[in-house]
Design a protein. Structure first.
Ligand SMILES: Nc1nc2c(ncn2[C@@H]2O[C@H](COP(=O)(O)OP(=O)(O)OP(=O)(O)O)[C@@H](O)[C@H]2O)c(=O)[nH]1
Length: 457
């Protein structure tokens, strides 16, 4: 039976804990000879981020705590003194959920739940929960549910998850009994198999759409960045597309694609992608194939950084690591990535000037404010310049009976010169990509049309 005091605990009121392993910290400080050491996050930055993540799912955070751990315990991670201290805080605040910003083994999670008589989730659990609430397309939802079930399968406790809530699961204080765990596992496995099958179907359909979209002859520009860096805001600023931009972590889970025009008339497809985060578990990276594939295929990648965040160097190196995991290596990165230093309006005048100066003259860096629009025009010019590498100069003549194509050329290629000939035809000096040239030829010869609707979602 669950005692009265525990029943009252509110599992939307949470305590956030950042365990700091002293051993790990001193080791990290020494660096790794085979790799440049990644910038270290301060404990305060970690705590602030963990609280931000928890707020992203509407939790009420009663307190945040940095907990130094000299010797990690296999059974409970932290020692009994700390466990007692935290239990007292939970009682004091009537909180029923503890977020531990560190990986927990299933045994540690179960033991801590018992000790604290509260639900416990670790960083992966929390990120999965956020993703679960944000996914909006069928594929995104299936991917997250699948990642969630796989994560849960190895656990000895029932999760504090949106899935559990959907199932109406409650009364799980202290964890389910062994038979219950067996039954749960069987159910989980059945759901996993079913989801995998559904997902296969959805992925197949998407790949079909993607293949069609690739026939549309425009370069793809993908936005990437740490969560909350301002990707959606920048996306809106340059496309006027009205995509959801909120102070909400991971507001963008599914790829958003829009066609846009650059100065000089060049058309590109801009793709907004999922926000990255440090310690993103590998199976979660895989879960976002849909948006990440856009990045892999992109002709140009804009890496948006929030320069007003003191932690931005560590965030940037996390993003680069994830891109490297995806197969975009450093050498290639220089050619394909522009770093967009965003939120410069939030900097004090001195820092603003310093950042602007650092950016000037560096081909790979552009300083902007997606909110005020400062620096956005030069950014667009830079995008044009980068993409013009894939263009070939040519001269085309459009016969009088096909003059409708003139506006298509203006809309899709870069037009450098025009001559209206006596016979009614028009000659244009243009720069266009191979694919655009092929599309033009198709249109000229009444060939099969590319299906515009396929990518304009
Ligand atoms: N002051 C200022 N705020 C900005 C700027 N760009 C974005 N923001 C704010 O930063 C917050 C996050 O912006 P989003 O565009 O949603 O960030 P995102 O990178 O798409 O976030 P995820 O969906 O989590 O990946 C919002 O409150 C924006 O208004 C900027 O240039 N200046």
């Amino acid at each position: 039976m669950v005692p009265e005091a525990e029943k009252r605990r509110d599992d939307m009121r949470a305590l956030v804990i950042v365990p700091v392993l002293k051993l790990a910290r001193s080791k990290a400080g020494q660096g790794d000879s085979s790799q440049a050491p990644a910038p270290q996050r301060s404990n305060e930055a970690r705590l602030e981020e963990a609280i931000g993540l928890a707020r992203a799912i509407d939790l009420e955070i009663v307190q945040g705590l940095i907990v130094p751990i000299s010797q990690p315990r296999p059974g409970t991670l932290m020692g009994s003194g700390k466990i007692e201290e935290i239990k007292a805080l939970l009682d004091e605040h009537d909180a029923g959920l503890v977020i531990v910003d560190h990986p927990l083994t299933p045994v540690q999670q179960r033991n801590l739940e018992k000790e604290w008589q509260a639900k416990v989730i670790d960083r992966t659990g929390l990120i999965l929960e956020i993703f679960g609430r944000r996914a909006s397309t069928k594929e995104g939802t299936l991917q997250v549910d699948l990642a969630h079930l796989n994560y849960q399968k190895g656990r000895l406790v029932r999760s504090w998850t949106h899935l559990e809530r959907q199932r109406g699961g409650a009364g799980f204080m202290g964890g389910p009994g062994e038979t219950q765990i067996e039954a749960d596992r069987r159910l989980l496995q059945e759901r996993i198999v079913k989801l995998e099958r559904e997902l296969e179907q959805v992925v197949r359909t998407r790949q079909l759409h993607r293949a069609k979209r690739r026939k549309v002859p425009h370069p793809i520009v993908a936005l990437v960045g740490y969560t909350n860096a301002g990707k959606s805001t920048l996306f809106n600023r340059i496309t006027g597309a009205g995509v959801l931009a909120e102070d909400m972590l991971f507001a963008t889970l599914d790829p958003t694609l829009r066609r846009m025009k650059l100065p000089h008339g060049r058309t590109v497809i801009l793709s907004d992608t999922v926000g990255f985060i440090s310690n993103l578990p590998t199976h979660l990276v895989a879960a976002f194939r849909a948006t990440l594939e856009e990045v892999l295929e992109a002709d140009l990648v804009l890496h948006v950084r929030d320069m007003s965040d003191p932690d931005n160097a560590a965030q940037a190196s996390d993003v680069m690591r994830i891109l490297a995991d995806l197969g975009i290596d450093e050498k290639e990165a220089a050619a394909r990535i522009i770093e967009v230093w965003n939120k410069i309006d939030r900097l004090d005048p001195e820092a603003h000037e310093a950042i602007a100066e650092r950016a000037v003259g560096r081909e790979n860096v552009m300083a902007v404010s997606a909110i005020t629009g400062e620096g956005v025009e030069p950014l667009m010019d830079e995008i044009s310049k980068r993409l013009s590498g894939v263009l070939t100069e040519t001269s085309i003549t459009i016969p009088p009976e096909k003059l409708g194509l003139v506006s298509w050329v203006y809309g899709n290629a870069v037009v450098d010169g025009r001559e209206d000939n006596e016979d009614g035809s028009v000659t244009l000096d243009v720069r266009m990509s191979e694919a655009e040239a092929a599309e033009f030829e198709r249109k000229l010869g009444n060939g099969p049309k590319a299906d515009k609707e396929d990518w304009e979602r």
